[in-house]
Unconditional design. Structure first.
Length: 90
């Protein structure tokens, strides 16, 4: 699966990479090189982050599914209890 990011996010990421190089490295990086570096990160490291996120979502869903019976449980055979208890005539 190829990890893609929206065009606006990609532009911001490239600008961020350029700024990082400008402020933290001895050399500047151009727009094309920053885009290539971003592609490398998305292809090489992106799946690690993606897989971790999927694992975390699966765990959260498991917890929610385990709690589902408590959240939506309905007691059975409640009609007569709500009517005043068994054996009570109206």
């Amino acid at each position: 699966m190829t990890i893609e990011i929206p065009k606006e996010a990609r532009q911001e990421a490239i600008a961020s990479i350029e700024r990082y190089f400008q402020e933290n490295m001895e050399e500047r990086i151009g727009n094309i090189a920053a885009g290539a570096l971003l592609n490398y990160f998305l292809e090489e490291i992106g799946p690690v982050i993606y897989n971790q996120a999927v694992t975390e979502v699966q765990e959260r869903l498991r917890v929610r599914v385990d709690e589902l019976d408590v959240e939506v449980h309905e007691d059975e055979f409640q009609y007569w209890r709500r009517q005043g208890g068994p054996g009570k005539k109206r």
